[in-house]
Design a protein around this ligand. Structure first.
Ligand SMILES: N[C@@H](CCC(=O)N[C@@H](CS)C(=O)NCC(=O)O)C(=O)O
Length: 102
């Protein structure tokens, strides 16, 4: 399960689109940045840069504690590796994806 901390911005959409397209079970948790909710201490523990999107991967591959991730590029790379989707195995395909991602 992925908890997505989200507001309706283009950068937020990127992560939501990935989750929907890859069929990843997820829960959307709104963070209203127009009301300053990105500065709430509970959210800052997940996203110390006070920005959405951020996620918590509640079932990481190593079976350990949940992992919090901020920055959409880092989030999308994590989700691509976790699901083995949208990330080519060959070096040239991978570079191509990464340069567009970042
Ligand atoms: N480089 C970040 C940018 C995230 C970002 O700028 N998010 C904006 C909304 S699109 C935000 O949360 N702004 C709240 C603030 O700056 O306080 C990423 O790609 O995740």
């Amino acid at each position: 399960m992925i908890d997505l901390y989200y507001w309706t911005t283009p950068i937020g959409h990127k992560v939501l689109i990935f989750l929907e397209a890859a069929g990843v079970p997820h829960r959307v948790l709104p963070v209203n940045i127009c009301k300053g909710e990105q500065f709430a201490p509970d959210f800052l523990r997940i996203a110390p840069n006070n920005r959405v999107p951020a996620i918590v991967d509640t079932a990481p591959a190593d079976g350990g504690a949940p992992i919090s991730i901020f920055e959409s590029g880092a989030i999308l790379q994590h989700l691509a590796e976790k699901t083995d989707q949208f990330l080519p195995a060959d070096v040239r395909g991978r570079v191509d994806i990464m340069q567009w991602l970042f």
